[in-house]
Design a protein around this ligand. Structure first.
Ligand code: ZN
Ligand code: ZN
Length: 221
């Protein structure tokens, strides 16, 4: 393989020298400016099979995506903007967020993620704080129910820590899950309520994407 590469490089060098000599022979008035010492020719290759298939997949997938909206989507749809849980950013998608629970004596933090609108995730959190049957949904809800049992007053505030793309079949990685794990692993003081076993959870965005992909194929057949 290395020999082949060296050979191709040699041929390429010979051809480019030949072309430069032909276009700018010693008698040419621009010879001083354009000669093999200061000119470099480059070449391009035809795409290989992988690139052709990737390109084809990208085209098919983009056909099934909803058309891009011309006006940027609204960042918040709260009826009372003052009460927006995320200071006017509640419709943000693909975010890693942090909840801070403060009592008179303590302050605990929880890191979570959502691929869809933050507000939907936030509503699910609210449900888990309200209904005892959902008390074990997350480490955050467990903590709040404990505070409730101890009859302690508390306040929760929310903020976005990072934005990251969730899994796509083109990138083959989930930056959203990776970013959440990064905070739990390397910034434990920002995620005091999160448990270490959350680090081994698998990406649920991949599975969802594959199901969607199946539906696209079924619709086409
Ligand atoms: Zn809002
Ligand atoms: Zn993921």
């Amino acid at each position: 393989m290395r020999k082949q590469k060296a050979y191709i490089h040699h041929i390429y060098f010979e051809i480019s020298t030949f072309l430069i000599e032909k276009c700018f022979p010693p008698s040419h008035k621009l010879r001083k400016l354009f000669n093999k010492n200061n000119l470099k020719l480059s070449y391009s290759c035809s795409p290989n099979i992988k690139q052709i298939i990737d390109g084809h997949n990208k085209t098919i997938l983009s056909q099934n995506m909803p058309p891009q909206e011309k006006t940027p989507p609204k960042p918040c749809n709260c009826r009372e903007p003052d009460k927006c849980p995320l200071k006017g950013q509640c419709l943000a998608k693909e975010v890693v967020y942090q909840a801070t629970v403060t009592t008179a004596e303590s302050s605990e933090t929880y890191v979570g993620l959502t691929a869809t609108e933050f507000k939907t995730r936030w509503r699910n959190h609210q449900m888990s704080f309200k209904h005892e049957s959902k008390k074990n949904d997350t480490e955050l809800s467990k903590h709040l129910w404990q505070l409730k049992d101890e009859k302690k007053d508390f306040a929760i505030s929310w903020k976005i820590l990072a934005k990251a793309k969730s899994y796509s079949n083109l990138t083959k990685r989930c930056n959203l899950c990776n970013t959440e794990k990064f905070y739990i692993l390397y910034k434990p003081d920002m995620a005091t309520l999160n448990k270490r076993n959350e680090l081994v959870s698998t990406c649920r965005h991949k599975r969802k994407f594959l199901l969607k992909f199946n539906r696209i194929l079924n619709n086409q057949s």
